[in-house]
Structures are given as C-alpha cells and as structure tokens.
Design a binder for this molecule. Structure first.
Ligand SMILES: Cc1ncc(COP(=O)(O)O)c(C=O)c1O
Ligand SMILES: N[C@@H](CCOP(=O)(O)O)C(=O)O
Length: 468
C-alpha cells in the first residue's frame, strides 16, 4: 500500500506505511491517506466471527501495512498490542443496554481510554521502524487529556524516542494530568501550555510545517494526524459489527467526537465494506462538526470548557481526511479550503459534498446539563456508571436514532474514574480508579508551563535534542 497527502502537493508522494508512520504529517501540511480503500468482501467479514481481537486486527489491517510489515510481523505486533495490558479478555467488549442499544467499552487498556488501542500499537511500530532505520525520533504531541497519557505509556523509557507532550494548562482533569505528569522518565517531557487544546494542536502543526526543524530532529506525531492512529481504530468497528450480525445486518455507531479521528476510523470501516447504517457525531458544546453538518459551513468558534474536556476542540483535524473524500479526492480543492480556513476561519462545503456528508453521518450537540442528567439516568436505568464523553454519545443516540431498527452502538471512550468529579457530581457515586492506579494522587509530578509560542518551543526541543 502507498500513501498520498490530502493536499495533493507532496513532492515525494506515494510513501510506504513505514514512511508515513515516521513522518506523521505530510510535508505539504496535509494528512496521509491510503491511495485506495481496500475492500473486505461479505464472506471475508463473515469469517471474522469467532476470531480473537488480534487476529481480526491482522485481517483488517494487513492491506494498509503491506510492503512495510509481513503478515507474520503484523501478527506479532497485534498479539503484543492486544495482550494482557488490556484488562478485559475480549479487549473491546460489547455490553447490551436495551433491546437494540449497546455500549462498546474501549477503556480497558493501560490508560483507561480508547486511545490505547492505537497508541499501544504505534509504540511497537516506532520500535520496529526506528530499529530498522537505526534512527532516533522526537515526538511532539498535543492532548486534551487522553492521547497524552496513552502516548507516554506507549513510549516511556525508550532510548530512541523522546516525547514532548503539550496539554492546555488547567483544562484537563486531575487524573488525566497526573497520568501524564507522574511519569518521570528522561525521554518524557510534559508541558502545560497557556491556552486551549486548539493552541496546542496548532503548535504541533506549525512545528511540522517548519521543514528544517522537522528534519533536524526527526519529528514525528502521535496524534491522529498520524495515519497509523486512525488505522488501528478501524478494527473495533469490525469486531463489534460482526458480533451484532454483520455482514448480514447493518449497525449504527455513535461516536463522541473531538478531532474526528475515531469516527473517521468508522468511515474507513464503511469504505472497506462494513455495512454501517449511520455514523453519529456526538459533540459537547464545542460543536463545529454538528454545525457543519447542519449548515455546510465549517467555521471556527471559541473553545468552551465542558464536563467532557477531551472533546473541547474547535478545529477538528481529521475532518480534512473526510473533506478529501467529499471532494472526490481532489487535493488542490482541499488545500484551497484549508488555506481559506486559516485566513478567514471558515470554508463552505458544496451542495453535493454536504449531501454526501449527510448520507452516512448525522450529528448532535449535547449540553453539560444534559450530560450530567444522562450520567444519572444511565446509572438508574441500566446500572452503568459512564464517563461524560460516553454520556454525550448516549444523548446523541437518543435524539438521532430514536426510530432505528439497526442495532445502535455507543462508543464508551473513557473510564468514568478519569473524570471522577463530574461523575460524582452527577450521580453521587465516586468511580474508583483500578488498583494499579490507586496511588496516582500521591505520586510526584513533573511538568513545565510554557507560553503559546512556537519558536520558543522549537528552540527548547532543539536544545534538548542537542543535549542528548
Ligand atoms: C474520552 C474521549 N472521548 C472522545 C474523544 C474524541 O475522539 P476524536 O478526537 O477521535 O474525535 C476523545 C479525544 O479525542 C477522548 O479522549
Ligand atoms: N481528545 C484528544 C485530543 C487529541 O486527539 P487525537 O486523537 O488527535 O490525538 C486527547 O485526549 O488528547
């Protein structure tokens, strides 16, 4: 498989999976996507039934890595990735809530959020590719809380990897912050930025677009701008749909959404042949995506702090990958719209693009008040203690899919204990952290606080690199 940029202007285009995994962001500022979408026929999908999670990962992911990993190398990676560090034997268990409503529990990994599914794999891929190329890499990541801890957990203590992780100061939960800042390792640098997640993400993109800097330090990405992140998340759409009757029955997924990475993975599953009825974008009041679906205008708003802080995002970076598809894969059109977005703060979808967007997707914004009510209702009605992001999914599901005949799967993206205050305030129940993290609040923390200043950040990273 070869990869191309969504902006279509990459000079050394058609890179391998290994190249794009190490590169992160395309050099023209775009995001990497596969040259074509591999298809799994109905029989191939039916044959996934009864396989282990790791084996489904091999079947679904091999077409994307072919040429960079052999099938047996991928199998080793998948078996190691989805091993005992996932605390549930099914890895991604599906729990029935009512006759056609299900929760897909994606929080049994080491850092208690869905990010572990991809980052546990990405850490292993970095090990293989850096060893093969005898190369050291420097990661720069932005997090609204969950990517950071999952990426740090996957790369801590490595000699060939340094990781700089930016989080918005005071805008992640205490558990999320501590999961990152209590990892005291020479290769891990946590930085709290005076700003929002969007500011952190802009610092990352700006650093990638400084090509000299990027080449000097072998910069790479752990955010979902890195194709490998999105790719790994495709697998659980297959395991879940097959367990509910695919390919003979369509399934709808409701995805709590911020950067549009997780739901784009659902779109990829659909492109690969998985029969999906609807993909529902569930957002908090940072609702750029719900508004785009409603009006056709993708327009930047102010980031508002909410009870679901990991989705406090107004520039949804993977929407660029969908835009590429909606334009009929016209990189020049994508580049023009993204340039307009950075100049004017908005771009418009054409009527035919909006129609295509609405065909598979629907969207709903859920307020904080509704989020709290839903956490309480879910506990009373089903006995499930859910986190605020999952509650946003439940809310969107109830509005968008009221009359659905297809099974509805809500992605439970994080463990409630990551957002203990919000959950306790809503339900009166304080969710417990798993035993391995019981002392998290007593561990020593280490992190710096920095201004939202790209050149200063790059200078700091460069100095760190030279001091190694
Ligand atoms: C708990 C949680 N739910 C949902 C999301 C949204 O996922 P995405 O950014 O892939 O849309 C995130 C972070 O992005 C998250 O951490
Ligand atoms: N919600 C994310 C934000 C970063 O998203 P990513 O999927 O692009 O890494 C987080 O928790 O950090």
């Amino acid at each position: 498989m070869k990869y191309i940029s969504t902006r279509g202007q990459e000079s050394d285009d058609r890179l391998s999976f290994e190249d794009v995994t190490l590169a992160g962001l395309a050099r023209d500022g775009g995001l990497y996507v596969p040259e074509y979408w591999p298809i799994l026929e109905a029989d191939d999908i039916a044959n996934l039934a009864g396989l282990s999670y790791a084996e489904v990962a091999v079947k679904v992911l091999y077409p994307f890595v072919e040429g960079s990993l052999s099938e047996s190398e991928l199998r080793t990676v998948a078996e190691e990735t989805y091993g005992p560090q996932f605390a549930h034997a099914a890895v991604a268990p599906v729990k029935q809530l009512s006759h056609n409503e299900y929760l897909l529990e994606l929080f049994h990994g080491p850092t208690l959020a869905f990010k572990d599914f991809a980052l546990q794999m990405l850490g292993r891929l970095f090990d293989i590719f850096t060893a093969r190329q005898n190369r050291e890499i420097c990661i720069l990541g932005a997090t609204s809380g969950d990517t950071g801890s999952a990426a740090i957990e996957a790369t801590r203590g490595r000699d060939t990897v340094s990781i700089f992780m930016l989080h918005p100061e005071g805008r992640v939960s205490e558990v999320q912050r501590r999961q990152m800042t209590t990892v005291i390792e020479p290769n891990v640098i946590n930085l709290a930025v005076k700003g929002t997640f969007d500011d952190c993400q802009a610092l990352v993109k700006e650093s990638f677009n400084d090509l000299t800097f990027r080449d000097n330090i072998n910069l790479t990405a752990v955010n979902s701008i890195n194709w490998a992140r999105v790719m790994a998340q495709v697998v659980y759409y297959f395991t879940t749909a097959v367990s509910l009757g695919a390919p003979h029955r369509k399934v709808s997924f409701v995805v709590p959404t911020g950067n549009f990475g997780d739901i784009f993975a659902g779109f990829v599953a659909h492109k690969m042949g998985l029969p999906i009825e609807k993909l529902i974008i569930a957002t908090n009041s940072n609702d750029i995506l719900a508004k785009t679906l409603q009006t056709g205008r993708y327009a930047k708003g102010q980031v508002k702090p909410t009870l679901s802080p990991s989705m406090d995002i107004q520039v949804s970076s993977n929407f660029e990958r969908l835009l590429f598809e909606l334009t009929g894969r016209k990189g020049k059109d994508v580049a023009e719209r993204l340039t307009q977005f950075s100049d004017l703060g908005y771009f418009d979808l054409e009527d035919s693009e909006l129609e295509a967007f609405r065909e598979l997707f629907d969207a709903r914004q859920i307020t904080d008040e509704e989020t709290s009510d839903l956490m309480k209702e879910m506990l009373c009605e089903t006995g499930e203690l859910i986190d605020p992001h999952t509650a946003v999914g439940v809310g969107a599901s109830r509005v968008c899919l009221q009359d659905s005949n297809a099974p509805i799967v809500i992605l439970a993206t994080a463990h409630p204990a990551k957002f203990g205050d919000a959950v306790e305030n809503a339900t009166g129940t304080d969710p417990e952290l798993p035993a391995k993290m019981a002392d998290l609040m007593d561990r020593d923390e280490g992190y710096g606080v920095i201004e939202n200043n790209g050149p200063a950040l790059r200078e700091m990273m460069q100095k760190f690199r030279e001091s190694k």
